[in-house]
Design a protein around this ligand. Structure first.
Ligand SMILES: CC(C)(COP(=O)(O)OP(=O)(O)OC[C@H]1O[C@@H](n2cnc3c(N)ncnc32)[C@H](O)[C@@H]1OP(=O)(O)O)[C@@H](O)C(=O)NCCC(=O)NCCS
Length: 292
């Protein structure tokens, strides 16, 4: 007989059972214990837990951005001995329902190209792959010559926006940017935020924007490291090279040791990054979307 799966909001008392079945999710363990308390407190998201005979056997997290009307699903985990029973599917359906009730019009998530199980579950749930990203990493940080790159100013806001509307890379990125391992729609407001935070590099040629690189230091805060990440990279071979040289010089001056180069998997961007010493991973990060 099929075991009955019940999905409900997580309780503090689920903690130990959940941590136990997450112990061996990946070869290095799992990040769930590190985020559990934060997620339990956060009002704009929820952890859902599936139980069989009152025992927690799976989880997933959903967060809704009410302004953008989009939801982000993450941390789907099923206890190894309860896989292939429909647990992840049941939790995902609950997360999607919650997202819709909270105003989301679309839901997204990311999975690696090598995660066959997750990809089949997503296909069955009618999620569509919308963009591919790679996390290119470098520790080869030294001063490099750049000619026309600079930190962007607010007066660049509209010209950058116009540049993006015509960009093939922006469209290939499904108009998304990354912070840590979450992808967001890039709006004019986000762009303004990056500029005012001093986190937007532009390549300007005779008053025209020809390249954009957005960065963030959440990796440093989250993992207590001296690192930064790129959140979005756009331009042609020459302009991307110039902006990344500018960034390497900045990192060198600041004593930053590592750059997590998140980018859309676009030949122009990745080949320039490889030339500059970034290492390309074997896996691709695929962002999926489902309309609600
Ligand atoms: C991915 C994961 C959450 C799936 O959980 P699950 O509870 O086993 O998934 P479901 O039972 O709902 O699977 C639904 C369908 O997806 C497909 N599927 C799931 N796992 C599969 C696998 N390992 N191989 C092939 N197909 C698979 C099957 O078609 C399955 O239906 P069926 O069993 O009736 O054939 C689970 O394997 C897991 O915890 N993996 C480790 C963590 C992880 O990778 N999380 C996802 C990060 S994005």
């Amino acid at each position: 007989m099929k075991e009955k799966i019940v999905v409900r909001e997580a309780l503090d008392t689920d903690r130990e059972a959940v941590f136990r079945f997450c112990e061996k999710t990946w070869s290095w363990g799992d990040y769930i214990p590190r985020v559990w308390d934060k997620w339990m407190k956060n009002k704009s998201g929820k952890i859902f837990v599936a139980t069989i005979k009152n025992v927690p056997v799976g989880i997933s997290h959903v967060k809704v951005d009410k302004v953008k009307k989009e939801a982000w699903l993450s941390a789907a985990r099923t206890a190894p001995e309860h896989r292939r029973k429909g647990v992840a599917t049941a939790i995902a359906r609950k997360c999607l329902k919650y997202a819709k009730q909270n105003g989301a019009e679309k839901a997204r998530l990311v999975t690696s190209s090598d995660n066959k199980a997750a990809r089949i579950v997503l296909q069955k749930l009618e999620f569509t792959p919308i963009a591919e990203f790679v996390e290119m990493i470098t520790e080869k940080i030294k001063p490099r010559r750049s000619l026309k790159s600079k930190w962007s100013k607010l007066r660049d806001l509209k010209p950058i926006w116009m540049f993006l509307q015509k960009s093939e890379i922006f469209s290939k990125s499904a108009r998304l940017f990354t912070i840590l391992f979450r992808w967001y729609s890039l709006t004019l407001r986000d762009l303004e935020w990056f500029i005012t935070q001093g986190k937007a590099v532009v390549y300007e040629n005779r008053g025209k924007i020809e390249g954009l690189t957005l960065i963030d230091d959440s990796t440093a805060k989250e993992w207590q490291e001296n690192t930064i990440q790129t959140c979005y990279i756009d331009g042609n071979e020459e302009t991307i090279m110039d902006m990344l040289n500018f960034l390497a010089t900045y990192c060198h001056k600041q004593g930053i040791k590592k750059i997590y180069g998140f980018t859309c998997k676009h030949q122009t961007v990745t080949s320039v990054m490889k030339k500059l010493g970034f290492e390309e991973p074997d896996e691709v990060e695929i962002v999926y979307e489902k309309k609600l």
